[in-house]
Design a protein around this ligand. Structure first.
Ligand code: NCD
Length: 427
């Protein structure tokens, strides 16, 4: 077992479960914030320090002394399940304990995602990556995550090259592919279509986006990103203010993430969009729990004022039926001037990507690209360990990974560019 990995995963898990910032946690342990930071650094970093054994025992004692948490699923039962099957279709099926477990496993996966370690726990397993809608990062990061666990991937992209163009049903497609592979990731333009795929098979299925419905793995990586960034800057999720901006009607990442956030307490949600692209009413109703405050506006500057997280989205014109775009003028763009004027110095600026970078698009501007508040590429990086954790839990190998890692054998240049350098070694 890798003690450096263990140390970081244990400390992060404890902070999450205790709902503590790094400052509060270092005080609880009776150590300096600097010492705690050095124990949380990646193993290869020059500032990294091993945590004294006595501190590790103290952390374990604190966790043992907590009120009993709900029992984990029985041995052999999937940790992520929907109607008894190992499937991730909506964030509505997750509770906070399961979310924390995904994040604990994602922390364990981190050295593999960062190309310092390799594992083969899924050796021999094959993923079917079925994408009937455009995708770059979701398709590639699911594929990469499966490969980094030692599995292999087969895929089909678009309707043109699949038998669906010949009129084959979702049921038949799902049944056929179930005879070939060990897990399925599906993206499809129709609401509810991925659940239909899932009903036709007992295999693990992940919903990678069902039209304007949901995108649960994106929500998990977004929340994982918020937690990690907040832990560094001394915030917790309870009580935070998040402003969602853009196409909230069709933005499935917003639908899934807002439901996950609603598991926490006392948040302020600001939904900022033109009237024709407002958040669906049935989702707003789901958020009216746990003391959350919900605000809707078409005034961009007022809606994002004082937010801890500004989550921008692309306008999904391809899904429009009769929506009008009036009100969505170029001054509706999320750019540096807006963030400087209306947000806080540490506001996190997020976006699920892709952003529309063509001239005249009202999307997230590139003028924030060198601003450390822009977390978009940290989000995409976090997609790998989070999707590895999802696969490991769905296929039941989550407890084997920490014991089955080896050092990489190839030369691995640091993939992070100068723009992210400010965060080098920070997490
Ligand atoms: C989005 C999606 O496809 O839902 N992107 C993603 O998966 N990261 C958002 C979009 O297409 O605008």
């Amino acid at each position: 077992m890798d003690t450096k990995t263990d140390q970081q995963a244990l400390l992060r898990d404890a902070m999450r479960i205790l709902n503590m910032t790094r400052d509060a946690f270092s005080q609880r342990l009776g150590v300096t914030r600097r010492a705690l930071d050095s124990w949380l650094l990646p193993g290869g970093s020059p500032e990294f320090r091993s945590m004294p054994e006595v501190v590790g025992r103290f952390v374990a004692e604190i966790l043992d002394g907590l009120p009993a948490r709900p029992p984990r699923p029985a041995a052999g039962a999937p940790a992520i399940s929907c109607e008894g099957k190992p499937q991730l279709l909506t964030t509505g099926q997750l509770d906070l304990d399961t979310v924390n477990e995904v994040f604990r496993i994602a922390d364990v996966m981190e050295p593999i995602a960062k190309r310092r370690k390799v594992t083969r726990v899924l050796e021999g397993a094959v993923l079917g990556n079925l994408f009937f809608e455009a995708s770059t990062r979701t398709r590639m990061s699911f594929g990469t995550a499966f490969c980094r666990l030692g599995g292999s991937v087969v895929d089909t992209t678009g309707f043109t090259f699949s038998s669906m163009i010949k009129g084959e049903s979702i049921y038949d497609t799902s049944r056929v592919v179930s005879g070939y592979v060990d897990a399925l990731v599906v993206r499809h333009p129709e609401l509810g279509s991925v659940a239909e795929f899932a009903r036709a098979t007992n295999l693990p299925v992940v919903n990678a986006g069902d039209g304007p419905g949901e995108h649960p793995s994106q929500a998990l990586l977004d929340l994982y990103t918020i937690q990690r960034e907040f832990s560094r800057i001394g915030k917790v999720i309870d009580g935070m203010h998040i402003a969602f901006v853009g196409d909230l009607k069709y933005g499935r990442t917003v639908h899934s993430l807002s439901k996950l956030l609603a598991l926490h307490k006392g948040l302020k949600f600001s939904f900022v969009s033109p009237a024709s692209l407002e958040m669906p009413e049935h989702l707003l109703e789901k958020l009216s729990v746990n003391g959350h405050v919900i605000e809707q506006t078409d005034d961009l500057a007022a809606g994002v004022r004082g937010a801890d997280v500004l989550y921008a989205t692309r306008i999904q014109k391809e899904r429009f039926s009769s929506e009008a775009m009036e009100g969505y003028t170029p001054d509706f763009q999320v750019n540096r001037a807006l963030v400087d004027a209306a947000c806080k110095p540490e506001t996190l600026v997020m976006h699920p990507l892709p952003r529309d970078s063509r001239d005249g698009a009202n999307d997230l501007s590139t003028d924030l690209d060198r601003d450390p508040r822009l977390a978009i590429f940290r989000q995409t990086d976090n997609g790998i360990p989070v999707r590895m954790a999802i696969f490991a839990m769905l296929l039941g190998v989550e407890n084997q990974v920490a014991h089955a890692m080896r050092d990489v054998t190839w030369r691995t240049p640091h993939p992070v560019g100068a723009d992210d350098a400010v965060f080098e070694g920070e997490d």
